[in-house]
Design a protein around this ligand. Structure first.
Ligand code: NAD
Length: 329
């Protein structure tokens, strides 16, 4: 069997920790590096997910993990500069401000790192910034997979697949339901969702204190209802030649006080077949699957696909709508 792919996870909040757990039973991938805002750790022989999670939750940073952890406010830069061998990183980082992930990609380029990066970024404008870096990423020898979470990600890819039955795509409608027991497990996700609400912006949501987020959630009974979100599924489907971006809509309901989903996440793809029939395909996720399962699974599937492209010398940037994720065994 070929050596396991060496994986790093940047950001160790809700999604980063779930990503570490997703990798535990995998033969083909091994977690060798992880970083949070205050520290990082790497070990070529692999990191133990439960020790990482316990240390992060009890002490606030992976930097306290014995014996390899390091405390640092420049954790990402130091981790990359350490030269520890990593085939690909999952960027489970908040995209606050809206150009944060693009700035992290620039750091990788500046430090001469080569390999695969995958993000689960959400906003159209954020994905567009990364798409604009195509030539730089290509020149740097980086294969960057963008929009590879659930939405955008799994649902966008499902739309791209479903579109094959039609000669003309009329509408792609994504509706997600997320249930989490408490918002603090996914602070960035919730702040970024609040940024889509009328009267808020990315900057306003970023500036909110935890107490302010709680006060807002108290007013809505813990529920966030989101409509016509600026979601990159639109630019990704447009770029893949499937339909114009204005045909794609994304909205959903997030319950921050109950792990049960308030509604079943689905994508409806309406189009016309070559015979002139109008029809709708519907792809619905199982209600038992969590947001974390539907983000981290695809992210690693795209990471594996990215590693295969990278080995073939194919660099630059790809979206979840143009490449098939590869199942990680
Ligand atoms: P979180 O708030 O739970 O955790 C963020 C982590 O990033 C923390 O460990 C923090 O220490 C770390 N971090 C912050 N700044 C850092 C820095 N400068 N250097 C190193 N580490 C830093 O976040 P989350 O709720 O897990 O969300 C992560 C991202 O995933 C968000 O951007 C969210 O929008 C995205 N997301 C995407 C989808 C999708 O379907 N595409 C779904 C859910 C979440």
């Amino acid at each position: 069997m070929p050596a396991a792919m060496r994986v790093g996870v940047l950001g160790f909040g809700g999604l980063g920790q779930a990503a570490a757990r997703v990798l535990v039973p995998k033969q083909e991938m091994r977690l060798v590096a992880a970083a949070d805002k205050n520290g990082y750790v790497h070990a070529a022989e692999g990191l133990d997910a439960s020790s990482c999670i316990t240390t992060y939750q009890s002490q606030g940073s992976l930097g306290y993990l014995e014996p390899y952890g390091k405390i640092s406010t420049e954790s990402i830069e130091e981790l990359i500069a350490s030269g520890c061998p990593v085939d690909g990183y999952f960027l489970a980082l908040p995209n606050l401000p809206n150009d944060f992930i693009a700035s992290v990609a620039k750091q990788f380029i500046k430090l001469g790192w080569r390999g695969v990066l995958v993000d689960a970024i959400k906003r159209t404008s954020a994905v567009e910034q990364l798409l604009g870096m195509k030539a730089e990423l290509e020149a740097a020898g980086i294969t960057y997979m963008t929009g590879c979470g659930a939405t955008p990600g799994l649902l966008t890819a499902a739309a791209a697949l479903a579109a094959q039955s039609y000669t003309e795509i009329h509408q792609v409608e994504i509706t997600f339901g997320v249930g989490i027991a408490n918002w603090e497990a996914y602070r960035a996700t919730i702040r970024e969702d609040i940024a889509h609400m009328p009267g808020y912006s990315v900057e306003a949501a970023r500036a909110m204190t935890d107490a302010e987020v709680e006060a807002l959630l108290d007013k809505t009974n813990g529920i966030l209802t989101l409509e016509n979100m600026e979601h990159a599924d639109d630019v990704m489907l447009e770029l893949a030649g499937i339909c114009d971006r204005d045909r794609v809509t994304v909205g959903g309901v997030v319950d921050t006080r109950n792990p049960k989903k308030p509604l079943s996440t689905n994508v409806k793809i309406t189009g016309r077949t070559f015979e002139g029939k109008i029809s709708t395909h519907i792809f619905t996720l199982g209600d038992e699957t969590s947001m974390a399962a539907n983000v981290c699974g695809p992210a690693f599937g795209y990471l594996k696909a990215g590693i295969q492209l990278h080995k073939r010398g194919i660099h630059g940037i790809f979206t979840a709508a143009e490449i098939m994720p590869q199942f990680v065994r």
